[in-house]
Design a protein around this ligand. Structure first.
Ligand code: NAD
Ligand code: UDP
Length: 342
């Protein structure tokens, strides 16, 4: 069984390649490298001890995709390729809708042309907007998104749901990730954000390694245990495993269109200060912080009920927040400048 991994050179994609290889799946990576480099693939190749089939290209490039589907017999697609910076999406909505939504439409069109009818899609907890309560269940209302990035994920979910209704042989699994963090235990691959990180864990890591002076904690007056925002952090290696379980499910007799969408989180909420303290414990470094204004668009609490993924996919998170911090720290301290340190 050969899977096409769009966006496979990126953070989550590169970790998923290892999980797929361990599970015996064959794959080809397709990526335009707009937010990644071939170095991640070179390092994955070392970890899994074999060459990786890679085609450089854009998911909006119909011709290139046709060539790829002609060269390789693709049985299923894991679709990571997309732009993901929330703030940037507010400034450049057309670029985000074109890349994410239009890119997915082109990909789906080619899949139909080549009769490839299995897809696992990277969605996000952001589709829930500000939830009425926590933990969040898959049946909660979606679409109350607050930025074009989130709306692009919501639109793609709707497109996939409509496709499954229109063609009973088309199989889709939508994984709604909560907050992916951490890195592979080798310390050779990890998250490599451009410029100043927007996300909490890369920012904490860069403070600990001395690249930044202090962490700005966005808001200390939320209705949470210590006033700081609460999120459901999920180790990227656990998340990678969820994709293997999703492919297994799609290939099994258990696949049922009633269960297309799954929350992928630990099911536990940790505050910003919980993460700072855990990171200090494992790195034995101080992480100075200042509580500042809330960040526009942030919500107080977001964590998953992930029981459906456990029941149907047989997946649950195994790694702790200490594991997330140890692995992020190993990656950051071995590669202070990310992949450019090679
Ligand atoms: P990433 O930026 O590291 O990886 C995405 C990859 O897609 C990159 O390698 C990039 O070069 C590639 N890409 C982007 N547009 C492309 C295009 N038009 N054609 C071909 N390749 C293209 O991001 P990630 O953190 O690994 O995220 C993977 C997916 O998961 C994304 O769809 C993202 O929206 C989603 N997601 C991420 C998070 C998170 O916090 N990291 C949370 C929820 C959902
Ligand atoms: N956060 C913070 N300082 C930062 C980055 C993030 O205090 O420099 C907080 C943010 O307000 C939220 C949590 O950390 O409560 C997780 O934010 P992140 O951007 O990583 O993920 P989000 O859940 O917002 O997508």
């Amino acid at each position: 069984m050969k899977a096409l991994i769009t966006g496979g050179a990126g953070y989550i994609g590169s970790h998923t390649l290892i999980a797929l290889s361990d599970a015996g799946y064959d794959f080809v990576v397709y990526d335009n490298l707009c937010n990644s480099s071939k170095e991640s693939l070179a390092r994955v190749s070392k970890i899994i001890n074999r060459d990786i089939d890679f085609v450089e290209g854009d998911i909006r490039d119909k011709k290139r995709l046709q060539e790829l589907f002609t060269t390789y017999k693709i049985d299923a697609v894991i679709h990571f390729a997309g732009l993901k910076a929330v703030g940037e999406s507010v400034e450049q909505p057309i670029r985000y809708y074109d890349n994410n939504v239009n890119g997915t439409l082109v990909l789906l069109d080619i899949m139909q042309e080549f009769k490839c009818k299995k897809i696992v899609f990277s969605s996000s907890a952001t589709v829930y907007g500000d939830p009425v309560s926590t933990p969040i269940e898959e049946s909660f209302r979606v679409g109350g998104t607050t930025n074009p990035y989130g709306t692009s994920k919501y639109m793609i979910e709707r497109i996939l749901e409509d496709l499954v209704i229109s063609d009973s042989s088309f199989q889709a699994v939508i994984l709604r990730y909560f907050n992916p963090v951490g890195a592979h235990e080798s310390g050779t691959i990890g998250e490599d954000p451009n410029g100043i990180p927007n996300n909490l864990m890369p920012f904490i890591s860069q403070v600990a390694v001395g690249k930044r002076e202090y962490l700005s904690v966005f808001g200390g007056d939320y209705d949470t245990k210590d006033g700081t925002g609460v999120r459901d952090y999920i180790h990227v290696v656990d998340l990678a495993d969820a994709h293997v379980k999703a492919l297994n499910y799609i290939n099994s007799k258990q696949f049922n269109t009633k269960n297309l969408t799954f929350n992928i989180g630990m099911g536990v909420g940790y505050s910003v200060l919980d993460m700072v303290k855990a990171f200090e414990r494992v790195s034995k470094r101080e992480v100075p912080y200042k509580i500042v204004q809330r960040r526009a668009g942030d919500i107080a609490k977001c964590f998953a009920n992930s029981l459906l993924a456990k029941e149907v996919l047989g997946w649950s998170a195994l790694k702790t927040i200490e594991d997330m911090c140890i692995d992020s720290w190993r990656w950051q301290s071995n590669n202070p400048n990310g992949y450019s340190d090679k």
